[in-house]
Design a protein around this ligand. Sequence first.
Ligand code: ZN
Length: 232
Amino acid sequence: MPPPEQVTLQRVVDLADLDLRAFLEGEIRAGGLTASEGRELLMETLPGWAAPYENASATVAADLYDQKRYASGVDLVVPYAPALAPPAEPARWGILASWALAPVVDETDWSAAFQKIVGGAHRTIADAHRNTTMGNAVADRGARGWKRVGRGSKTCDFCKMLIHRGDVYDSISVQFKSHDHCRCAAETEFESIEALEFSELGGSARKRVQTDADRARVREWLRWERDANPDF
Ligand SMILES: [Zn+2]
């Protein structure tokens, strides 16, 4: 079974891929638009089209994070509310449309252009899922970090190599290197309850030691007072 991170990511991006392809074929190719008309239409519509998919992608990742955190028991020791990764800058969509439609100017090769647009959109929408998991895994004291996951034929060779390494990252500076049609995901590694309880109780354990030392000093002082003054 593929990990739930990959399953949920795939569900959202596969829907988005189908939807976008239908739009491109129906509105641009079948509509007989020129390259510049196609570019204008895409620049106008892509950010608005992508927003609900990016939001859905980030939301399913945050929900899954919450469920796994709760199931791990970490929630009982350190409460935490996962946040959604911010959507891509709207300018990104304009850049994608211009770059993808460049070959169409010379020869009307819509197929190659559509492949690039769907690939770029796929990557941005999948990144909303990955960035949500990664951002929370780094910010959350109950998590050790995140690692790359993916299984089966939808997992590319590049990712298989990294997944095999099994590295766990805990820094916000590490990005998820992905490519356009990648369906690999980020998975959180939660802390063990024992390790968390140890670090969380560390503060109060230290306080207990101080309290014991204080009590010992009081007992010693009382003993000294009693010895020095039998009537005390
Ligand atoms: Zn991949």
